[in-house]
Design a protein around this ligand. Sequence first.
Ligand code: NAP
Length: 494
Amino acid sequence: MSIATPPTALPTLAGLGLTVPTGLWIGGEERPASDGSSFGVVDPSTGETLTTVASASVEDALAAVDAAEAAAAGWRAVAPRQKAEILRRAWELMTERQDDLAALITLENGKALGDAKGEVAYAAEFFRWYSEEAVRIQGTVETAPSGTNRILVTHQPVGVCLLITPWNFPAAMATRKIAPALAAGCTVVLKPASDTPLTALAMAAILEEAGVPAGVVNVIPSRRSGALSSKLLADPRVRKVSFTGSTEVGRMLLAESAKTVVNASMELGGNAPFLVLEKADIDEAVAGAMIAKLRNGGEACTAANRFYVHSSVVDEFSTKLAAEFAELTVGAGLDPATRIGPLVNAEAREKVETLVNGAVSEGARALVGGSSIAGDGYFYEPTVLTGVPQTAAILSEEIFGPVAPIVVFETNEEAVRLANDTEFGLVSYVYTTDLAEGLRVSEALESGMVGLNRAIVSDPAAPFGGVKQSGLGREGGHEGVLDYTESKYIAVSW
Ligand code: NAP
């Protein structure tokens, strides 16, 4: 591992070619919080405050719902073709500004610029995909089995939606919700994560430029997320909550939504197993592991969290993976030489430290890495652990950092049992050159998604989501837009 020495002139917030509001974005206008509250946004590579952002009060959140409600009928009535053209324009604007948006993401999140550029492309693609879907929200007509009438089914917009997003993909987790919601004809109030509110605010300005009418998309950063969401979920005008974040907060929001039976979609935590079967091509598996583990510096719900490797190939896999990790350059995300940026904040780094130290105290061995990096910013060494005991917390909790714990298995049945031994079920990865074996194992894995000889599953055209306590509902694909609709059934005789 080497530490990047930053060039002298890295991009700054003020130097970006973007409008980045720092107030609340309500009804197409920027405004301060009603009680004047604000909070700082920190650069994780230095620990320094980049800027301050307004912190919405409950009254501000209700004002955002007022704006979304006022815009709802008008947006619903906009022709699908016109909605599609606005969404497509949003894709174009994001794509034109990819470099500046990526720099903004890196400034507030810390991820390496290459990861941030990848995120902008992925995030923008949701607008293109849902511009194409907006004109294809198809209903059905069938004859009832009795022959007495027709069954007519249409999909209507669910109404005003509360969207709550995490810090790890500040652009993509927002567009994965906003794009299908707008395509379906809904209006939204977005509460971005407090660590990364700037990207969401910059996106609000881009959406306005793309032609989204005032009030259709409202963005309310806030340090008072619990109070805000409780109030909004009790408001009869809010008809849906779509949340991406931790399973812990997801459970609380589901309990709150139950009180008023609000339609809820949940994209929650992961604990992805990465299986290297006996017949895997080890070089392919190592290349896949580098991506599945290290995209976003390991801060991804889809990050490979546990490596189960067949005993006949574990030495080769571990040695090659450790050699690759040892070559990584860690540094400020904006430095073009950096492959691994800092973790998002001090708390996130402490969690990684605790998990690694716990595994080592239980007998695991660090082939490479194993410590925090001293100095400014929240850096942690890329780490490969072998001999990790099944009891180690690192195998049951999300690591959210550049750490790969390796466990040996003897049979595919054992690998599947270990992989499924978790409350989570978002994504799994399987490497083998025997496709039939790979498909059999993929079917046995309890996860909403599987990467079979493939380290990236995320695709706006595919249904993303988890089973068990990793979530409810799907984002992306044809399914994604239906999450923002209610089926309306009309029994009709003619
Ligand atoms: P988090 O702590 O659950 O926060 C997510 C969002 O919820 C933030 O906007 C946060 O606001 C807000 N929030 C926190 N407490 C809340 C409460 N009591 N009521 C309402 N909102 C509340 O998660 P995170 O640390 O930002 O993100 C990491 C987690 O997200 C990981 O578990 C990861 O696996 C998961 N994730 C899942 C997916 C997926 O698609 N399945 C994708 C990405 C991430 P504040 O920032 O103001 O606290």
